[in-house]
Design a binder for this molecule. Structure first.
Ligand code: K1U
Ligand code: ZN
Length: 175
């Protein structure tokens, strides 16, 4: 049975905790957690979610992407669970872009991120996947990777002037 999990909000210690590697992908409890994260992300309209956001301090997250009113240029990517993800390399080329966070509702921030990254992770069936990501998907991956490293996007904005309300953000993108 899939359960919609509570999403930890900024201030909850689990968002700042160290995370552990996940074990056997075939483990039923792990597969159930992945299903819960997929359902919780969809219900919250997210393009990603990390295990610490559902109170599980594990090295596991989901990346998803689709064009939507907040990110009209976003490419399509099926929701992809990533177990024990690694960043193998990152481009020196940095791009600033708007981010939001299910754990920090109502705020958007301009966050500098590497434009391209090389990543490795295990799929939910235990396959080793090596990939090169760019643009918005690379951004979401780095955002989620921060979550499993005890960081949130607010830690990365260059100035508090790079923060705006969600309402102002929606005005900006629909203008
Ligand atoms: O990890 C999270 O908190 C999820 C977060 C991921 C993210 C968003 C934007 C840039 C980088 C990473 C979200 O999904 S916040 C919700 C959001 O941005 C959104 C909501 C509806 C449609 C499209 C995007
Ligand atoms: Zn987040």
């Amino acid at each position: 049975m899939t359960i919609l999990r509570q999403i930890a909000q900024l201030g909850q210690p689990v968002l700042r905790q160290e995370t552990e590697l996940v074990g056997d992908p075939a483990d039923r409890a792990l597969q159930a957690l992945i299903d819960d994260m997929l359902a919780t992300m969809a219900e919250a309209n997210g393009v990603g979610i990390a295990a610490p956001q559902v109170y599980e301090p594990l090295r596991l997250f989901v990346v998803a992407s689709r064009p939507n009113p907040r990110y009209p240029q976003a490419p399509a990517m099926e929701p992809t669970p990533m177990l024990n993800p690694e960043i193998l390399w990152q481009s020196d080329e940095i791009e600033k872009g708007w981010e939001g966070c299910l754990s920090v509702p109502g705020i958007r921030g301009m966050v500098p991120r590497s434009l391209r990254i090389g990543v490795r992770y295990l799929s939910r069936t235990g396959q080793v996947c090596d990939d090169e990501l760019s643009g918005f998907i690379a951004r979401v991956f780095q955002h989620e990777y921060d979550h499993i490293s005890g960081m949130v996007f607010l830690d990365r904005v260059a100035s508090s002037r790079d923060l705006i309300s969600e309402r102002e953000y929606l005005r900006l993108v629909s203008a």
